[in-house]
Design a protein around this ligand. Structure first.
Ligand code: GRF
Length: 210
């Protein structure tokens, strides 16, 4: 991807959409060379739909099909078709609560990015802030990574640490993590758009232009 043009983002989300808001507002303010081309949700009353509509962005609910933790075959084909029709350069998962399977990975190779509320490889999966509290770590964090065939296993773009306080509840820790997410996700996307990331296995590094 080169830095001259505006990248077209397809955002998938299932929840309140605070990360989407951080990204959409960074695009609107010119802090990212990108625009949100399409928002898709698998939850008909998800907050992310309202946040997109308030901003005049195209957003739609697409039924996920018969499974709980992934899109079924027909649904996945519909998601891919919608993203391709919107000519997105990058698929941005912003609280999308379903596993991405092979057809979408093939349609968007190394072009699907996710934010995870922990310092991977610690605490993959669901409710990572609760896992961190239960384990008793003193530092957790946020990871932005490319999506591969595993669960929260893809190449890491950016990470930031978040302290765990003695009196934290799951809610207070998640709120602190989310404040960091809203900074880190746009910053990680900026790294991707800069176009000089080299990906070797799970490792990404910046390669200065020759
Ligand atoms: C975030 O905590 C993100 O890390 C996780 O899902 C949550 C989405 O929150 N993947 P929001 O909908 O962006 O507010």
């Amino acid at each position: 991807m080169n830095a001259e043009r505006r990248f077209r983002l397809g955002v998938l989300g299932s929840g309140k959409g605070s990360n989407f808001v951080a990204i959409a507002d960074a695009c609107a303010a010119g802090r990212l060379p990108a625009e949100v081309a399409l928002v898709i949700t698998d939850v008909p009353d998800a907050g992310i739909l309202d946040r997109a509509c308030e901003r005049g962005l195209r957003a739609e609910y697409l039924p996920p099909g018969k499974f709980r933790s992934k899109l079924d075959e027909e649904a996945e084909a519909a998601y891919i078709a919608a993203l391709q029709a919107a000519q997105v350069d990058l698929v941005v998962l912003a609280g999308f609560m379903r596993i991405i399977k092979a057809p979408m990975l093939r349609a968007f190779p190394l072009k699907i990015v996710n934010i995870h509320p922990a310092l991977l490889p610690s605490f993959p999966g669901l409710e990572s802030w609760k896992q961190a509290l239960e384990y008793g770590v003193k530092v957790t964090g946020v990871t932005v990574h490319l999506v591969d065939h595993g669960i929260d296993t893809g190449p890491i773009i950016a990470q930031a640490a978040v302290p765990v306080e003695d009196d934290d509840t799951p809610e207070s820790l998640h709120a602190r993590i989310q404040r960091v997410e809203h900074e880190l996700y746009p910053a990680a996307l900026a790294r991707i758009f800069a176009g000089d990331l080299k990906i070797e296995g799970r490792r990404t590094r910046r390669v200065p232009a020759a």
